[in-house]
Design a protein around this ligand. Structure first.
Ligand SMILES: NC(=O)C[C@H](N)C(=O)O
Length: 321
């Protein structure tokens, strides 16, 4: 019999709606009352590790989850399911993807409708996630996100809609599999990448979004705030307004790592343009171009790299590979 560990962390999947429409935390986890609806060929052990809306989740909670999964790897589990609020689900998924060596399947799921709402999707996603986590094929695909009958790579998935159940998408690459009724079908393989080993999540890594007429003042404030790293969601293929370049250069000269992703939801940031603020001069300054990640994920990558005590050169490799 397959054995799956469930870690509940909170989010809408654990919430209920009041008569006035407000959605909030419930005292008893609604999924705990549905154990008899789970597949009877899978043994499920449940732990309520947190009960937090996902905007309350920080890298500290992600680290606690990572530590618990590492212990579970030595406890004969075939997989772990994490139920999580959807707002920051992709960040926890990505953190877990890069912060330890996985030996069992790790699947995150959530819900867009709370447990007593019409068409609630929590229980359905939960069952699909348990089935996916118990499937041998899920083991070597990195951290997975299962929602709405689709399997996404935690590395690239993102929440795209504020309320729709069809919110999790993987721009550029698409989902890597589907769950058709109770059958797990992978359509693509995730290219293996190496995870680092960390035991802390210290340091200030800041994420900024570029916009037309971006104010250089933002970078000046960061300089005084003594940050440990900066990620910028740049324009288009990887360009910035010219007036912030001097500040970026000063930061890099002060030894602060600066990485860049694109604010576009599809494609990869590259050094293509050779004008002031363009990707080519930015790369020459030492800005690290991160491939295909969103800003929040690139920020976690830098945090993990710094906490793995990578040298400046190793951090550059890790951020740009
Ligand atoms: N659908 C959800 O789970 C959203 C909720 N605000 C959360 O992330 O906790």
């Amino acid at each position: 019999m397959k054995k799956v560990l469930v870690l509940h962390t909170g989010g809408t999947i654990s919430m209920t709606q009041e008569k006035d429409g407000a959605v909030g935390l419930s005292s008893q986890h609604p999924l705990k009352e549905t154990m008899d609806l789970l597949p009877d060929n899978i043994q499920v052990e449940v732990e309520e590790i947190f009960n937090l809306p996902s905007p309350h989740i920080t890298p500290n909670e992600m680290l606690i989850l990572k530590n618990r999964i590492e212990i579970a790897q030595g406890q004969n589990f075939d997989g772990v399911v994490i139920t999580h609020g959807t707002d920051t689900l992709e960040e926890t998924a990505y953190f877990l993807d890069i912060s330890f060596k996985k030996e069992i399947a790790v699947v995150l799921t959530g819900a867009m409708r709370s447990s007593n709402e019409l068409g609630a999707d929590g229980l359905y996603n939960y069952v699909q996630a348990i089935i996916t986590a118990s499937d041998d094929k899920s083991k070597d695909q990195g951290v997975l996100v299962v929602m709405n009958d689709e399997i996404h790579a935690g590395r690239f998935v993102t929440k795209t809609h504020t309320t729709s159940v069809d919110t999790f998408r993987t721009p550029t690459f698409g989902p890597i599999g589907i769950i058709s009724k109770r059958q797990v079908i992978f359509l693509k393989e995730v290219v293996e990448h190496h995870a680092l080993s960390i035991s802390s999540v210290e340091g200030k890594v800041i994420l900024l979004k570029a916009y037309a007429g971006m104010d250089a003042m933002l970078f000046e404030i960061l300089k005084d705030a003594k940050v440990d790293g900066v990620v910028v969601e740049a324009l288009g293929a990887g360009n910035l307004p010219p007036n912030v370049v001097k500040n970026l250069e000063e930061m890099i000269n002060d030894g602060i790592p600066v990485a860049l992703v694109s604010r576009c939801s599809n494609g990869i940031a590259q050094d293509i343009y050779d004008y002031e603020g363009g990707g080519i001069p930015l790369r020459k300054l030492g800005v690290m171009f991160v491939k295909g990640l969103t800003g929040p994920k690139a920020r976690l990558r830098m945090l993990v790299g710094l906490n793995a005590r990578l040298s400046h050169h190793e951090l550059r490799q890790f951020m740009t590979e």
